[in-house]
Design a protein around this ligand. Structure first.
Ligand code: ATP
Length: 342
């Protein structure tokens, strides 16, 4: 970890949109310089609103934030010079070529002549776009377009790069390639990357630190390893033959956690998840306890705790459930976990 000042610091940010939707309820964040930080949460958790405030596109109702040492409210122009922003939607001009897009961006940042050409060539090379440089962007694949977007965000050598859902809409191969690119950014260039994602696996793979966001605040943060490590033992997931009601859940929960070496039980429809000191050893007793309580079990699996289990532990519901809830409230198609909900 670096001993430089944090790249991003936010304290107690709140924001309620006109119409009464409260997006942030006391958001606190500290992002160390030179790291990849993941803001992880389901759709509607408040990630984009946080990024809008940190990139000076929105004002909080209360709270403070600094980015690259500059206060976002007092010195928005300094913040803008220090950051690169790659929005969810591409900012590239589809009828211009990749090179033209980069040249324009470089000119907007005051580059001219040889330094401009060198910077554009270096970025085309760095993001494997040299061969496609003189083709119109509208013919680019999803992966190429995302790489161009990141290159556009880096033209002026920002200290902090904001990546909003960097792999949404990419196929698995392009997503894996993008993950490599992002990992390289922080590793090689000392850049700080703040990425927002609702993709559990993405946060797990890329981020040195993760803040799990739910309903406008951070519920837990730490390294993915530490977060998973805090969950002692194994996760045992069981599928019941029938869903259980509220009263049944309390009863079953009591019966399960009374077993030796079993810590916690969570219910989600027909799914029951417990954490157990030794998952495999606990399964027979768990199955017997459920059968005794009249709940038949269709299947059981044992796994090491995942970020999904971390989410369940701190938020009290499954990640996919939170996504579905957000989609139902917003009317958006929020279920794009793409293999991440484990
Ligand atoms: N301009 C706006 N006006 C009113 N409500 C808004 C506006 N922008 C966001 N919201 C609401 O604020 C809440 C938080 O939204 P936000 O976009 O910050 O979440 P998010 O975690 O980034 O989700 P997503 O990935 O879908 O963007 C949501 O309930 C959303 O509907």
């Amino acid at each position: 970890m670096s001993n430089r000042a944090p790249a991003v610091q936010a304290r107690d940010l709140t924001k309620t949109y006109p119409g009464g939707v409260t997006a942030l309820r006391g958001m606190d964040l500290t992002v160390e310089s030179g790291t990849v930080f993941g803001l992880l949460g389901p759709n509607g958790a408040g990630k984009s609103t946080t990024v809008k405030i940190l990139t000076t596109l929105a004002r909080p109702d209360s709270g403070t934030a600094t980015v690259a040492g500059h206060d976002v409210l007092d010195h928005p122009d300094r913040v803008r010079r220090a950051i690169g922003v790659v929005a969810q939607k591409s900012g590239a001009d589809p009828v211009a070529t990749g090179r033209e897009n980069l040249r324009l961006q470089a000119r907007l940042h005051g580059l001219r002549g040889a330094p401009l050409r060198e910077r554009v060539d270096a970025l085309l090379d760095r993001f494997r776009l040299t061969d496609a440089a003189d083709r119109q962007v509208r013919g680019y694949s999803g992966g190429m377009l995302r790489r161009l977007d990141v290159a556009l965000g880096l033209v002026h050598r920002p200290e902090v790069l904001f990546l909003d859902e960097p792999t949404t809409g990419l196929d698995p191969e392009a997503r894996a390639a993008m993950w490599d690119e992002i990992a390289r950014l922080a590793g090689e260039e000392g850049l700080t990357v703040l990425l927002t994602t609702h993709h559990l696996e993405e946060a797990d793979r890329l981020a040195a630190h993760i803040a799990v966001v739910d309903r406008g605040r951070v519920v837990v943060q730490g390294t993915p390893h530490a977060l998973k490590g805090e969950l002692r033992g194994d996760a045992v997931h069981m599928e019941l033959r029938e869903p259980v009601g509220e009263a049944g859940r309390t009863l079953l929960s009591g019966a399960l956690t009374a077993l030796p070496g079993v810590y916690e039980a969570f219910f989600d429809g027909r799914r029951v998840s417990v954490r157990a000191e030794d998952g495999a050893a606990a399964v027979p007793a768990l199955l017997a306890a459920l059968e005794r309580a009249g709940a038949g079990v269709a299947s059981a699996t044992v796994a090491r705790p995942s970020l999904d289990d971390v989410y369940l532990r701190y938020v009290g519901r499954r990640y996919a459930e939170a996504e579905a809830e957000a989609a139902a409230t917003d009317g958006t198609a929020g279920l794009t976990l793409a293999g991440g909900a484990r």
